[in-house]
Write a protein that binds this ligand. Structure first.
Ligand SMILES: Nc1nc2c(ncn2[C@@H]2O[C@H](COP(=O)(O)OP(=O)(O)OP(=O)(O)O)[C@@H](O)[C@H]2O)c(=O)[nH]1
Ligand SMILES: [Mg+2]
Length: 340
């Protein structure tokens, strides 16, 4: 897996040039193909991403996180509508950490079935866990890179839940919107579990339901508890009724205020650096994992290795060093091939 076979089909340089140009021109079919290549970890994917990278960093990437059914897709749909009305090219990446399907329809469904599905300036894509040894944040980042290079902005990342996987994915975003609903004590527990750390904007959706004041009070209470850092951003709390589009303009104002703050403040630059460190680490670890899996060998070889370790026939640390040496040697060889 790690060493791309020398005879693997990969577009010749002129083809790749033309292909990259089509992606950069924002052609949807070329973009979709680029994402598939990246998804399948095709031999050409690394070179493709390398060429797109200088053209990225322009998009506003907005994470939309929250418990199942909180209204993320409904809100995203409204945000897409509002940005389309301003003439922006908008992308939605639906991330489902629990789904084994890639490019699947699970989360994207509600948006895909909406009016935007036929709009050529709206790109909708799903990302799932299948086969992504680099983890979800690395694969999400790759998809975002392609969309960014294609000229989409904003790019919305819709993620289910508030667990560690989701928090990792949300780190790819510049601005994270956490969607809560009234009357869920568990929601507040989830906030304590780490969402406070990532929320740049709180949306309390379903404001047409009872208990909204209580939920807002709970969020404020948690914010007061969290030690205020000098120069830090205090996440605004916006109430919405996503089904009616109520409060959507306020969400956009809050998101853009955060983005402007992020541009200007050193605190935000530190956070951006942390985010980049996280992404860099995910990409490196992902590549190492792939090479490690290849070095471990097929199932029979791996089983024999592990049994030898279990029987103490082989030394664990010597085995680890040998595997590491092989991983690094494979890496050197693969890099050589890619440049050839
Ligand atoms: N009453 C009310 N219902 C809403 C509101 N926003 C969304 N809903 C409804 O809540 C349900 C779930 O909305 P979705 O947008 O699919 O929620 P989601 O967070 O994307 O759900 P998952 O993707 O399954 O996690 C739908 O039936 C919506 O119509 C709101 O502001 N008020
Ligand atoms: Mg949804």
């Amino acid at each position: 897996m790690s060493s791309s076979p020398a005879n693997a089909p990969s577009p010749a340089a002129p083809d790749l040039d033309a292909f990259v140009a089509r992606v950069l021109a924002g052609e949807q079919r070329a973009g979709a193909r680029a994402m598939r290549l990246v998804d399948d970890r095709a031999p050409v994917a690394a070179e493709l991403l390398r060429r797109l990278h200088p053209h990225t960093g322009k998009a506003l990437v907005v994470g939309i996180t929250g418990n199942p059914g909180s209204g993320k897709s409904t809100l995203t749909d409204q945000l897409v509508r509002a940005y389309r009305a301003r003439g922006s090219k908008v992308a939605v990446v639906a991330v489902d950490p629990s789904s084994p399907f890639s490019g699947g329809a699970i989360l994207g469904d509600r948006i895909r079935m909406s009016a935007h599905a036929t709009d050529p300036d709206v790109f909708i894509r799903s990302v799932a866990t299948r086969g992504h040894l680099g983890g979800l944040s690395a694969s999400t980042f790759d998809v975002v890179q392609v969309l960014d290079a294609m000229g989409y902005s904003p790019i919305f990342l819709e993620t289910v839940g508030v667990g560690q996987d989701e928090i990792d994915v949300v780190r790819v975003a510049h601005t994270s919107v956490v969607v809560l609903v009234p009357g869920l004590g568990d929601d507040i527990q989830a906030i304590k579990a780490g969402i406070l750390e990532i929320a740049d904007v709180f949306v309390v959706n379903k404001a047409d339901r009872d208990g909204i004041e209580r939920t807002i009070k709970d969020i404020r209470g948690l914010q007061a508890l969290a030690a205020g850092v000098e120069g830090a951003w205090t996440p605004p709390v916006v109430r919405t009724i996503a089904t009616r589009g109520d409060g959507v303009d306020e969400v956009i104002a809050a998101v853009e205020a955060h983005a402007a703050f992020a541009e200007a403040s050193s605190y935000a630059r530190d956070r951006a650096r942390l985010r980049m460190a996280h992404v860099l680490e995910s990409v490196v670890i992902g590549r190492l994992r792939e090479r490690y899996a290849a070095a471990l060998g097929d199932e029979a070889t791996a089983t024999a290795r592990l049994d030898a370790l279990l029987a103490r026939d082989r030394d664990l640390y010597a085995e680890a060093d040998a595997l590491l040496a092989q991983v690094l040697a494979d890496g050197a060889r693969t890099d050589g091939e890619e440049e050839a």
